[in-house]
Design a protein around this ligand. Structure first.
Ligand code: NI
Length: 188
């Protein structure tokens, strides 16, 4: 099942999401729907608040972009469900990369983030994992994790950049945006 994607301006994108405690079967079904929704929209990550659920869950699948990151061949197999994740450590070393977000179509901006993280999470079978991630994997995970905290990639921009984007973002919040994928009505 494909969910409509919530766009910038919807209050749910600004809420801190709630820990998940649901039966494995429901969780697996939700995760499958999240992957389907994300693939249809050609994204590499999708968090539950982006489909109108204030839950601490996100999915990632970087296979489609693996060719763009030759130095990280394992991106081809980086497909994960993250349930109740907790970032345990950030590296002090940072890096800059261009990011987009399915909830903020057509706005791609450079964002500085820690280069590596250590994360604890449960998968869709409620098995616990602790993983060290670096490079593009760490970046996507941090972007999606931010969604669970009510934070968006545009929040990292400097004042000048924010000013430049203001009219575009307020138009988006009023539903004035075109996407190739199904979106929720503004404010929902
Ligand atoms: Ni996003």
């Amino acid at each position: 099942m494909i969910y409509p994607i919530t766009l910038f301006g919807a209050p749910i994108l600004r809420k801190v999401a709630e820990p998940v405690n649901m039966p494995v079967g429901e969780l697996q079904e939700f995760a499958a729907n999240m992957f389907e929704t994300m693939n249809k929209a050609e994204g590499v990550g999708l968090a539950a608040p982006q489909v109108g659920r204030s839950w601490r869950v996100f999915v990632i699948d970087t296979a489609e972009v693996a060719d763009q990151y030759k130095e990280e061949p394992d991106l081809k197999y980086f497909r994960r469900v993250f349930v109740n994740p907790e970032i345990l450590e950030h590296s002090s070393e940072t890096c800059v990369s261009n990011e987009g977000c399915l909830s903020i179509p057509d706005i791609h901006e450079d964002v500085t983030r820690p280069k590596s993280i250590k994360i604890k999470y449960m998968d869709e079978n409620l098995q616990e994992h602790i993983e060290d991630l670096t490079g593009f994997k760490a970046r996507v995970v941090q972007h999606e994790y931010d969604h669970l905290e009510g934070k968006l990639h545009v929040d990292y921009l400097n004042i000048l950049k924010k000013k430049l984007l203001k009219s575009k973002l307020s138009a988006m919040a009023r539903g004035k945006v075109k996407t190739k994928y199904m979106v929720a009505a503004p404010g929902k």
